[in-house]
Design a protein. Structure first.
Length: 430
């Protein structure tokens, strides 16, 4: 599907976002192996989280869904059943990586597959720790999906992550639920801690000491009543659009403000963004609040080291903002972007260049000089939801209409994105 985006005079209004994708995955998986019935409100509307629900249903979990509310009838730690066919993760690396940890502890064999994009994404980062715990895993060329997981009685390990990854951390911790004793993960830098929070909420014993996170195996997980905060990663596109388009002001209500995710707000504020948090409360251990943002002239900055890990999903749209900032944006230590849904370093650079933006590419990052203007262009999502949305934001500031090929990719995480963007755009094309 090709979507036409017209330049915006301004953006204004307020909105509530669909539930956080990362949290929705984790709640659904833990609810499936808890005892009792868990009700989850504001569950993510994205296709990735639907893939997780579909995989859990194939494993014998009864799931009821009505709009954005999901009811999961938990089967207990040992209640999953072997699926009759391969589980389908679609485009969702989160589904495959995190669910693999649970599958590794089952007394049966499971095959989990993905679409063409996911089938090109390496999975050796989860294969190594799961095999060291006792599972047997076969993969194409030893590292690519589909994965054939032969579950086993797992043994606890202490695993040091070679590269920061919240998904790999979660995979090992979820597998640790099936091991007798304590399983620990040591992170090179802190990553999002939604799994630790959710595990505690469901009744697991979790300890965090600096960068070492541990879970005690064989807990009795209990059902919960939960509400998923609005997705801050989805909010990033509306924050960027508001900062980019003169005269804009936007209130984002009920958005997740977890400190391991709020690095985005800190980074934007440090660049000169006008951002205020108007309300803050806790829901099931997750901080939630309202964020008010106004158009601002940004200075630009550098993303490297631990900050890169914290902002890895937001880098495509931050690169767009970097082109319009005063000093531009430099991104380092981001080789992880090469193995996302697309090679995001390459796809960001390609679309920026189509819009007349100068960009320099490095193996692990890029540099976008500031003070540039966006030209109208024909853009491509390359099948990547974050690329589709990032360049819809760029198109709002272009000198004419832009067309985005493959715009339907946004539905992977945010089906409502384009409709919400159109609702917020005010005034006639400039």
């Amino acid at each position: 599907m090709t979507r036409t985006i017209r330049p915006a005079a301004r953006l204004c209004g307020s909105l509530r976002l669909p539930g956080d994708k990362s949290i929705s995955h984790r709640y659904a998986m833990l609810a499936a192996i808890a005892e009792g019935t868990t009700r989850i409100r504001n569950f993510s509307s994205g296709a990735d989280c639907a893939s997780t629900l579909g995989a859990l249903a194939a494993l014998g979990v009864r799931i009821e869904r009505s709009g954005n509310e999901v009811v999961v009838h938990g089967q207990g730690l040992d209640g999953l059943r072997a699926a009759e066919t391969a589980l389908e993760a679609g485009n969702s690396g989160s589904t495959m990586r995190m669910l693999a940890g649970i599958l590794a502890g089952q007394p049966f064999r499971t095959v989990i597959a993905g679409d063409d994009s996911l089938s090109r994404r390496p999975m050796d980062r989860i294969i190594r720790p799961l095999e060291s715990m006792g599972a047997r895993i076969r993969a194409r060329e030893g590292r690519y999906p589909p994965l054939e997981i032969e579950g086993a009685r797992l043994r606890p390990i202490e695993y040091e992550l070679p590269v920061a990854s919240a998904q790999v951390k979660s995979c090992v911790l979820f597998a640790g639920l099936y091991a007798e004793g304590v399983t620990a993960v040591v992170e090179p830098v802190r990553t999002r801690d939604h799994s630790e929070i959710a595990l505690r909420e469901f009744g697991a014993e979790v300890n965090v000491e600096g960068r070492r996170i541990s879970v005690r195996g064989r807990p009795r997980l209990h059902a919960c009543e939960l509400e998923v905060p609005g997705d801050l990663s989805s909010a990033a596109f509306f924050l960027a659009a508001t900062l980019l388009v003169p005269g804009s002001e936007l209130l984002i209500e009920g958005v997740g403000l977890n400190p391991t995710r709020a690095a985005l707000l800190d980074f934007l504020a440090a660049q000169g963004a006008s951002l205020r948090v108007l309300r803050l409360e806790q829901r099931a251990g997750e901080p939630v609040g309202d964020a008010l943002v106004r158009h601002s002239r940004l200075r630009g900055g550098v993303i490297e080291g631990a900050l890169t890990a914290a902002l890895i999903d937001e880098i495509p749209v931050l690169a767009v903002l970097g082109a319009a900032s005063e000093e531009g944006l430099v991104v380092r230590d981001a080789a992880e972007l090469r193995v996302k849904e697309t090679d995001r370093i390459a796809t960001v650079a390609e679309n920026l260049r189509r819009m007349g933006i100068v960009v320099e590419v490095a193996p692990d990052g890029l540099r976008v000089p500031g003070g540039q203007r966006f030209r109208a262009a024909r853009l491509d999502s390359f099948g990547d939801h974050r690329i589709a949305m990032a360049f819809a934001v760029a198109a709002l500031a272009a000198d004419g209409e832009c067309a985005i090929e493959g715009a339907e990719a946004a539905a992977i995480s945010f089906p409502e994105f384009f409709d919400l963007l159109e609702e917020l755009a005010a005034g006639s094309a400039t």
